[in-house]
Design a protein around this ligand. Sequence first.
Ligand code: ZN
Length: 501
Amino acid sequence: MNVQERYDAFLALTKELHALELVDGLLSWDQQTKMPPRGAALRADQMAVLSGIHHVTLTKGAMPDHLKALQDDDTSSLGDDAAVNLREVRRQFDRASRVPTDLVKEIARVQALSMEAWTEAKEASDFNRFAPFLEKTLGLKLQVADAIGYTGSRYNALHDEFEPGSRAEDVAVIFADLRKKLVPLVQAIAESRRAGTQKLMDGHFPVDRQEALGRDLLTSIGFDWEAGRIDVSAHPFCSGNLHDVRLTTRYDAKDLTKSLFGLLHEGGHGLYEQGFDPDHAGTPRAQAVSLGIHESQSLTWENIVGRSRPFWEHAYPVLTRHFPDLAGEYDLDQWHRQVNLVERSMIRVEADEVTYCLHVILRFELEMDLIEGRLTVRDLPEAWNAKMVDFLDLTPKNDAEGVLQDIHWAHAIFGYFPTYALGYLYAAQFWNTARKELPHWEETFRKGDFSPLREWQREKIHLMGQTYPSHELVRRVTGESLNPQYFLDYLRDKYTEIYDL
Ligand code: ZN
């Protein structure tokens, strides 16, 4: 086989792997949207078979041979895209092949038990019921980190799965600074004269009309309905790629903002997935760089665009066409303030854009302490509550509201959380560049034309796929490395006006 033939064979296998991932995504989508309850056991078997095939295809048989041969040969004639695909598949291969199969299986087994224990412990609000499972999970994840290998913090081995190239040491510095600046901003908003003037929504918003509104707004931001759809699930998500992108949401009949911003968020993920270069379908060249970059795209549409005044100048008439009664309750200004309500709350998923990152930083610090052995699982509830007071001036009533609130640890996921806050930082930094390069953005938003921003994102970010790791992509698009000041400036400018600080 010459180099080109070898690469073609490698690429064919890479596309097979991606097809398996998409099938897995569809099974999971179906499980969360359509599957009858008794289908769960059968579905678990199907997904286990599929992940076994994926693991074997990646780590055994022809793939290791191709990777080895292409490492030894001179591949410069293959071009830049080939270099990206080889680099990324090799990265996946290295991670997957270093972790012993027995350890992977043991984690899957403990995770299933841990999820069950977490559900029960949360219902009973009793951390002690969950603690032994979390101890076991943490021990296994440390073994995974050691098997994969790392430099610096052990956390890096786990974090790298979700945000390749990002390092815990850098994240810790950025987060400590962010925390120092966010806490006083939240305090200033809480003490401002406008604090507490918005009310929680408690109306009657029929689901079919919420869906129609969501569809109108997603259409205006450019979601392609010929290549996507929306359905209902308990936990909203976006899955699929390019010409088949599935969004889900949930509807609260009393508060339409949950589905509205949930759909704009998932729609932002969807635009990223629909925006890759179809000529590279099935390869890393047409896939997301990292979870943080993915999140930056959803947060741009949900918050930076979707909670901006110019957006609502276009969307307020659309909103009140679907829900005429709202016009009597809120004028445009009041509505704009309503959707930018800032309030300290107990849980990340309900947090606004000012307090959100504090929830993420809290969990990151605890994860680091656990993984680096400075904190034991048994001491976790107390550490959690102390940080809640420090960061948000709130004390959880019980374990369910505090340390047990979230599913990630029960799911054996460590190293993932920082990507939620990194997404905010990337989004604000990208936006700072975009609005300079699109000087008429306010005018076009007011007219309901979001294509200039969407096309800007597509050209600079979406079409790049995994060409550059996230830190390099940020540098290329914005001219500098990740700089949290853009996020802080964005918050300060916006909320100084909204809360008249
Ligand atoms: Zn998201």
